[in-house]
Design a protein around this ligand. Structure first.
Ligand code: NAI
Length: 400
């Protein structure tokens, strides 16, 4: 079939297998150009579990680890294969591509598709680790999920709302590329709690406990979860919003995991990453406008990075020597370039002046959309989108 992008608000309901493959290949090629011999990584990760491995930061982590250290990766994702006239999701195609490149290059790469929050998925992953790898020495936690069903059958749905009072802000209407005034309502206590249940650290801790109980994690393993803080401008919707409460819980969980498993030598870290266009961030009100300003300013200053550049810097520059470089709160800061005062001062200057008429000049709207389409395998140079392609692509390790 001929596959075209079908954009509905902040999501694209189709994905292109050839474009996604090219996207994965470019990330692999980028890593191959980065010399790992300069890197003095604390401890070379050899067997890594990547929870949320198929898109965004998790995919970049999987690629960076595999192609820097020849790391064996077991990935967990929640993606859909193609069926009838529906294409598979981008994460499905990315994973099919990653596994096939890894196979060609003699790297271990296996994937489990299903709900990472469930007990069944934890059991499956542990069985796979025990069978193929013995134990893992690193766990990357990179889930971005809208809901979670806990063991007692309760389903919690996360919301992206303010908490103190409704937040009125400029926002980008992604359907028309216009600036609108958005009012983000304030969440109820239950909504805050539900968001913490989904995006906080409870499930991360459950994973580590399940791995320890099953003796499927090395004594001195490291686990890293990804977080975001952002600038003052977005505090009401992010840091002080429902999602920020969840991230605060995640940060506390890192301390708890490290303390609980001290005798085991397991250390949990939070890496605070840069705001980037991913399927998760596109859904947050106000953030797409902020991202398009951020892209504009950082590209002008030469400090712009995508997921792969960020994660490459994590392992080559931050997670080094005897322990990762952390700030006074114990966080790894990959958002250092984003929060640089030069960058934020410029954004604060532009923000009040931005209108629908001048948005193309003052914000990198083109860059925003380029990343958006790329995420689904579209708008990629060298890919012939007029050519018929088979949407049914199998993932080697998930073949029936
Ligand atoms: P993403 O949407 O690109 O990736 C989410 C991943 O989670 C996918 O692999 C998906 O298949 C998987 N997933 C979702 N629900 C699942 C479930 N129930 N079971 C198994 N897998 C599931 O998201 P992104 O942006 O890469 O986010 C990953 C982490 O990075 C999140 O914690 C996010 O808050 C954080 N982060 C994101 C930033 C951004 O600007 N995009 C900035 C800083 C941190």
């Amino acid at each position: 079939m001929i596959i075209e992008p079908k954009v509905r608000g902040f999501i694209c309901t189709t994905a292109h297998p050839v474009g996604c493959r090219e996207n994965v290949k470019r990330q692999i090629d980028y890593i191959k150009t980065q010399s790992s011999s300069n890197s003095t990584t604390a401890k070379t990760p050899k067997k890594v579990l990547v929870i949320g491995c198929s898109t965004g930061y998790g995919l970049a982590s999987r690629i960076a680890l595999a192609y820097t250290y020849e790391t064996a990766t077991l990935g967990i994702m929640y993606e859909k294969e193609a069926s009838g006239t529906r294409t598979a999701t981008a994460g499905w195609y990315n994973t099919a591509a990653f596994e096939s490149f890894a196979q060609q290059d003699g790297l271990y790469a296996q994937t489990l598709n299903g709900d990472a929050f469930s007990k069944e998925m934890k059991e499956q992953a542990i069985a796979k680790i025990k069978q193929d790898l013995g134990k893992v020495d690193m766990v990357i936690y990179s889930l971005a999920a809208p809901r979670r069903t806990t063991a007692d059958g309760t389903t919690y749905t996360s919301v992206l709302k303010a908490t103190a009072e409704p937040f009125v802000s400029k926002s980008l209407d992604l359907r028309h590329n216009t600036i609108v005034e958005a009012t983000i309502p304030s969440a109820t206590e239950e909504e805050i709690e539900a968001t913490v249940k989904v995006m906080g650290g409870e499930d991360w801790e459950d994973w580590i406990q399940a791995l320890v109980d099953a003796d499927a994690i090395e004594e001195d393993a490291v686990t890293i979860a990804y977080s975001y803080i952002g600038p003052k401008l977005t505090y009401p919707i992010y840091k002080e919003g429902t999602i920020g409460h969840a991230k605060e819980h995640l940060h506390q969980t890192a301390k708890e995991i490290t303390a609980t498993y001290e005798n085991h030598g397991i250390h949990a870290y939070i890496s605070v990453n840069k705001a980037l266009v991913t399927q998760a961030s596109a859904a947050i009100p106000v953030v797409p406008l902020y991202i398009s300003l951020l892209y504009k300013v950082q590209k002008e200053l030469g400090t712009h990075e995508g997921c792969i550049e960020q994660i490459c810097r994590l392992f080559n520059k931050k997670y080094i020597e005897s322990a990762p470089q952390v700030d006074e709160a114990g966080l790894i800061r990959l958002d250092d370039y984003e929060l640089d005062s030069k960058v934020q001062k410029r954004i604060e200057e532009i923000w009040p002046t931005i209108t629908t008429d001048n948005i193309k000049d003052n914000a990198d709207i083109a860059g925003y959309w380029e990343d958006f389409y790329t995420m689904f395998g579209f708008h990629i140079a060298g890919v012939n989108y007029e050519q018929e392609v088979d949407a049914a692509v199998s993932i080697p390790s998930i073949l029936p």
